[in-house]
Design a binder for this molecule. Sequence first.
Ligand SMILES: Nc1ncnc2c1ncn2[C@@H]1O[C@H](COP(=O)(O)OP(=O)(O)OP(=O)(O)O)[C@@H](O)[C@H]1O
Length: 578
Amino acid sequence: MAEPALLDEQPDERRVLRRAAPHLRPHRRALAVAVVVGLADSAALVAVAPLIGRATDALLAGDRGGLLAAAAVLVLLAVLQLGLARAGELLLAKAGENVVRSLREKCVENLASAPLRFLESHRTGDLLRRTTGEVAALASFVRMHLRNLVSATATLLFTLVVLFGYSWQLALVQLAVFVPLTLLVMRWFQRSAPRAFGGKAAAEATVAATFTETLNVREALQSARGLPGWLRRFDRENAAAVGAARRAIRVENRIDLVGLIEGLALVVLLLVGGWSVSRGAMGVGTVVVFVLASRNLFDSFSDISQLVGEVQTARTGLARLLDLLAATDRPADEAPRKEGSAEGSAEGSAAELPLRGELACEGLGYAYRDGTEVLRGVSLSFPVGDRSGVVGETGSGKTTLSKLLCGLYAPDRGVVRFAGVDLRDIPEAELRRRVVLVPQEVRMVTGTVAANLELVHSAPGRAAMERAVAELGLEDWLRDLGGLDAEVGVRGSRLSAGERQIVGLLRAALADPAVLVLDEATADIDPVTAGRLEHALDGMRGDRTIVVVAHRPATIARLPRVIALDGGRVAGTMANTQ
Ligand SMILES: Nc1ncnc2c1ncn2[C@@H]1O[C@H](COP(=O)(O)OP(=O)(O)OP(=O)(O)O)[C@@H](O)[C@H]1O
């Protein structure tokens, strides 16, 4: 099966930062500056404890000069730290926001050019959630927590250096109480975190997907009274999402135990420190430094542990985003679109591809994910200027064939060629200038007719649009509609299925392809619109090859050649003599 890779509901979160590295590279300088400022801020904060220790010793020794000097440096340090903290926060937020912004742009870019089969294989809501929800979670992490994480980690490390510098014995005693117990708690958290947080994100994506589909099938739900059943499904999924969120909170709460361990470590410090001072083995200043620095140590540890949940959410979001980017990443647009085998390799090359040429397929075989072949050994050729219809019972493979002929799906077996070149060897942009599909259901954006015609690769101006309307004899239709600036409603809801196909035909005329494949709308089209569509097709230039997946007898009767499909095979080709 030439099926695209599917997204993972709970993608692997290991080495997620390393995998994100290519996306961070363009921002590495800004990130590095922000981190360096953050480190300086933490160093200034950590230096406060030794200074107060020194001031305490000076006070006890009656050294006025030493006390004043320490106080002056403390004031300077406080001002410096304030400035550094503010600058670090701004710089890191800016650099982080830029990373998130470029990730968001890449997602949209990748999804817009993702293979059709990839998009068809995923629920819209899931894709939406990854590109909006996960990106928003990342952005809020960057805005609110990234700076805390950096400064808490740096404070923790610098404090350890200070503690060991003053008394490695006391530092070891303290760490012996604090570290093993804290690590045990962290391990307990980590053991369940990826599953709990990944499960939460996946459950939320399912709710988002079902919600999107609720809007898509609104008519069916309202008119066919399917709403109660659908709502029950929604309730089930909603309950599962709430359950998953509760599990994630329970796992996150495990981190609170660190607070207890901190208290215990402080008690041990005071007992051992007091005992050392009473024996004269340690100055009071050193105990003061230890008590203050320990506060830094615990505070930063508690900050980090509070952030563990946020880090985990961001990590899950990043993994899901990278999964999407990896699945939709394609080589540069200019590179050949080769997917799968090079069977039937091209005799020509894309570089010298003519604008007009024969479209032909040979021995086409295709199966969807369930593995049942829906096309078997289909060989057909459509010479320049040919006008053919493809007919067959529902499910005989007509739509699938039309997508293969346009290179939207890659065949499992056989080959489709344009002017002798395998479609898989033709760069996407080049292929779209030559072969275009007008699907059964033409997708539209909310806005005007012109906004919908602008979606064409060549970004046509109004004059080109008006020429295309005239070429297809659609002036009356457009005038009745209200002209190029007529609003088409939300995603084209004000137009009938047939009228949306007219817009599809206009887009095709503007793209000016050599081959146009029209998958005729099966929805009931009123005779006037049907007539307009047929007239518009007739208006297409004579050297353009037109293949129509035909459902209406009137269309079939107008086409000189009709190809019949049956069970995924070509059952016969008939010439129309009328
Ligand atoms: N996305 C898909 N995933 C799995 N199976 C599919 C998919 N699309 C189509 N099929 C199956 O492939 C077969 C051929 O479908 P296709 O839409 O090509 O037929 P068709 O002749 O165009 O039908 P119709 O006239 O109803 O449009 C059918 O059995 C259909 O169920």
